[in-house]
Design a protein around this ligand. Structure first.
Ligand SMILES: Nc1ncnc2c1ncn2[C@@H]1O[C@H](COP(=O)(O)OP(=O)(O)OP(=O)(O)O)[C@@H](O)[C@H]1O
Length: 759
């Protein structure tokens, strides 16, 4: 038996079976297949449990766009401000993401490789109680990755059984306190890890079960898990204190080849790691503390190996990888790095009390993510990739030239015409198509650029509009003119979004055509296919380079918009503080008027005249505030804040009350005790009360409680990290759909689509 993990070939079956993957996964697979990336890092955040919700329902984790994890430090007595940190990963799964989706995106694609002789590893990492066992093993009606892998494996084997003869073997072990134990046959005692020159890493005496159906495996896992070392800890009632390693060996040989073929073996290691929490947090003592130390030791060793592999990858030299530092890493020696594909599923909890552990886990995962040598999604690394793409394109160009020379020879050779007669046709079809794709992509980016510009314009105009309304009132010509501009801008934005959406679907159609073109190469001579594929790869990389540049520009525009928006919010805040006291007074006044009106007139239907007078008066009071009540607009902004570089120099237009009034307010027992009217107000409809102001109870004036409701925008508009949509633009339901939603290429970096591994 020999492992063929390093063959480097992707078989036909592998690419055929890969077609049912999600588009984003396809890109990641593509990167993995090319060896440019051998670790995929996904984060999964579980929901708060009922018990946790009762203690504190604040969630420290938010997932955005299926890739971004935002961790917020819970507010405490010292830190009143919420500190946020953002991390981007290949995938980020929120609390509602199903087991199936996690499996589809993180593991399903590995099975093709395992069925063709590759090794792959999926491990769940994270603190105690964060959902590792749930993800890997699952629950009765929510099967985890281990069982879903088996179901999928057996389904695929059935499809492939005409061509290949397969045998599936499983072993299940745990590493507890640096001791290896068989979970299938526990009587075998403590086991040793050995390195066999032929077989690679083996565990002597470990039982291997030949599995013929998923049901057998389910039973075996059920029994194995019963034997696993679990103990209740402070953080989890059924905490797994050991690393559980399920290894699936898939052996196959080709059928009907007529000649003797070697057996090839692919190995899938599925690992439910023990919790990564810090000992101090779990209040562990005695044996639990030793366990914790051993757990941390092996996790540290795992982290060190991952780091060393990264270094080795980067330098392109042989580097010492400290596999021997722990049993876990020794066991995984042939399942990490090299041609092996590794998936790390980082489980985290949003519970406020686990904040530190969650944050440390994300930092660990972030380091692992950097093992990638390309396809980095973090925009910070964009420049690095652009330079890299240029090198890759140059290399590919050289390769294409070489191949074309060979091709020319073959084409011109009278002996070997077979299959080459249509070479020119295929080449020009591909070139023509890729030119179309590039043109569409360029048009798409032009449209996004215009959209960005429009967003910036509307933001500025809305600012001016609010201010003009405040200064001149609603019916003023200046206001009407700005309003008109805003409406026109809204229309243009909606049109532009439409355009972007259309272009995006155009591009997606072109991608489908590209796939068809690729499929039409089936059966062509190897040299020709190779040339076509390299030419295609070259185009795709050029396309990615273009995307990267545009992405940078778009990010810049977004930041600009966010800056404007932040300034608007800051101004509002300052205005609110500035206006607070005046509004409080107005509020009181309006409340009293309203009460008075209701008492005297509302029930008296017959007294139309009085009603009219009072309505008129009340409207007069309301009209001043009507625009801030609207859901579409924000509180008034003074130009001094928006446009003036030194906002504090000018006087606020809102009159301040003098110190006497401040004194009255602070000494009033409640706001209803006050009967204050601003002395400068020309719109007073009540005479100043002759009654005495109560000064009995000294109570400080509570600013936050007395802030009038209408000064707050009903709902603060969200700023998406991906595409910032103006909060001012009213959209129909159709328009609300983000036209960029399907745009996988423009996210946290560049993804290269459609590249397949080939020889
Ligand atoms: N995605 C999820 N959706 C719903 N419930 C979940 C999810 N993830 C975990 N849980 C629940 O949270 C609890 C803890 O999960 P689990 O036992 O898988 O944690 P763990 O990380 O394996 O902990 P340990 O390291 O201590 O073994 C369980 O009750 C599980 O059902």
């Amino acid at each position: 038996m020999k492992s063929s993990k390093s063959s480097g070939k992707i078989s036909r079956n592998e690419s055929v079976l890969g077609s049912d993957q999600e588009p984003e996964t396809t890109e990641l697979i593509s990167n993995m297949h090319q060896g440019v990336s051998n670790i995929l890092v996904a984060v999964r955040c579980r929901p708060l449990t009922k018990k946790e919700k009762e203690v504190d329902d604040f969630k420290t984790v938010q997932i955005l766009d299926g890739k971004l994890v935002i961790i917020t430090e819970p507010p405490g007595p010292v830190n009143k401000r919420l500190n946020e940190k953002k991390y981007a990963f290949d995938f980020a799964f929120g609390e509602n993401v199903s087991q199936q989706e996690v499996f589809n995106k993180t593991t399903m694609f590995l099975l093709e490789g395992v069925l063709s002789g590759y090794n792959a590893t999926v491990f769940a990492y994270g603190p105690t109680g964060a959902g590792k066992t749930y993800t890997m093993l699952g629950e009765v009606d929510k099967l985890g990755i281990m069982l879903m892998s088996f179901i999928e494996l057996f389904t695929r084997i059935e499809v492939l059984s005409n061509e290949r003869e397969y045998q599936v073997k499983i072993s299940y072990l745990e590493i507890y306190n640096e001791i290896v134990r068989d979970l299938i046959s526990p009587s075998s005692g403590y086991l040793d890890i050995r390195e066999d020159p032929d077989k690679g890493i083996t565990v002597s005496g470990l039982s291997e079960l030949v599995a013929t159906s998923p049901q057998e495996v389910i039973e075996c896992l059920r029994l194995g898990n019963k034997r696993r070392t679990c103990e209740p800890t402070e953080a989890n009632q059924t905490s797994s204190r050991s690393h559980a390693v399920l290894q699936i060996l898939v052996e196959y040989r080709e059928k009907n080849t007529g000649i003797e073929t070697e057996k090839a073996t692919g190995k899938l290691s599925l690992i439910d790691l023990a919790g990564s929490e810090r000992a101090a947090n779990t209040k562990n003592r005695g044996i639990r503390l030793i366990e914790g130390a051993n757990i941390n030791r092996s996790l540290l060793a795992l982290g060190n190996c991952i780091n060393a592999l990264y270094e080795a990858n980067l330098k392109g030299t042989k580097t010492y990888i400290p596999y021997r530092d722990s049993k876990l890493t020794r066991l995984l020696k042939d399942s990490l790095g090299g041609n092996c594909r590794t998936v790390m599923i980082v489980c985290i909890s949003p519970f406020a009390m686990f904040y530190d552990d969650t944050h440390n886990t994300l930092k660990y995962a972030n380091r692992a993510k950097n093992i990638k040598t390309s396809s980095e999604r973090n925009v910070v690394n964009v420049t690095y990739h652009i330079s890299k793409y240029k090198d890759i394109i140059n290399d590919l160009r050289k390769e294409v030239l070489e191949l074309k020379k060979v091709l020319m020879k073959k084409k011109n050779s009278p002996k070997n015409l077979d299959g080459f007669e249509n070479a020119d046709k295929y080449e020009s079809e591909l070139e023509g198509h890729m030119q179309k794709e590039t043109k569409t992509k360029k048009m798409y980016f032009e449209a996004v650029k215009s959209w960005d510009e429009l967003q910036e314009m509307i933001l500025t105009r809305e600012c001016e509009l609010n201010d003009a309304r405040y200064t001149h009132g609603n019916d003023n010509n200046v206001v009407l003119s700005i309003n008109d501009q805003v409406n026109r801008l809204k229309k243009s934005i909606a049109e532009q979004e439409d355009k972007v959406g259309k272009m995006n679907s155009q591009f997606e159609n072109l991608e489908k055509v590209r796939k068809e073109i690729q499929e039409s190469w089936e059966g062509l001579p190897e040299d020709l296919t190779k040339t076509l594929k390299i030419t295609l790869q070259q185009h795709i990389i050029a396309l990615s380079e273009l995307e990267n540049e545009q992405l940078k520009l778009h990010e810049k525009n977004q930041l600009k918009q966010k800056d404007i928006y932040i300034q608007i919010l800051q101004n509002q805040l300052r205005d609110r503080i500035d206006n607070l006291e005046a509004h409080s007074l107005n509020n009181q006044k309006s409340l009293k008027q309203e009460k008075f009106f209701l008492k005297n007139f509302e029930t008296n239907d017959g007294n139309a005249k009085k009603n009219k007078v009072f309505n008129y008066r009340l409207q007069g009071i309301k009209s001043k505030n009507s625009y801030v009540r609207s859901e579409d607009t924000l509180p008034p902004l003074s130009p001094k804040y928006v446009l003036n570089k030194n906002p504090h120099k000018k006087e606020s237009k809102i009159p301040r009350y003098n110190s006497k009034y401040q004194e009255d307010i602070s000494s009033a027992s409640s706001l209803t005790d006050l009967n204050l009217i601003h002395p400068n107000s020309s719109k007073n409809i009540h005479k100043k009360s002759t009654g005495k102001i109560k000064r009995k109870v000294k109570k400080p004036f509570d600013v936050s409680n007395s802030e009038p409701e209408f000064t707050r925008p009903k709902q603060l508009p969200k700023i998406s990290d991906k595409f910032y949509m103006s909060p001012y633009v009213k959209r129909s339901n159709e328009q609300k759909k983000n036209p960029f939603a399907k745009q996988h290429n423009v996210k946290y970096g560049v993804m290269i689509r459609g590249i397949e591994k080939f020889n």
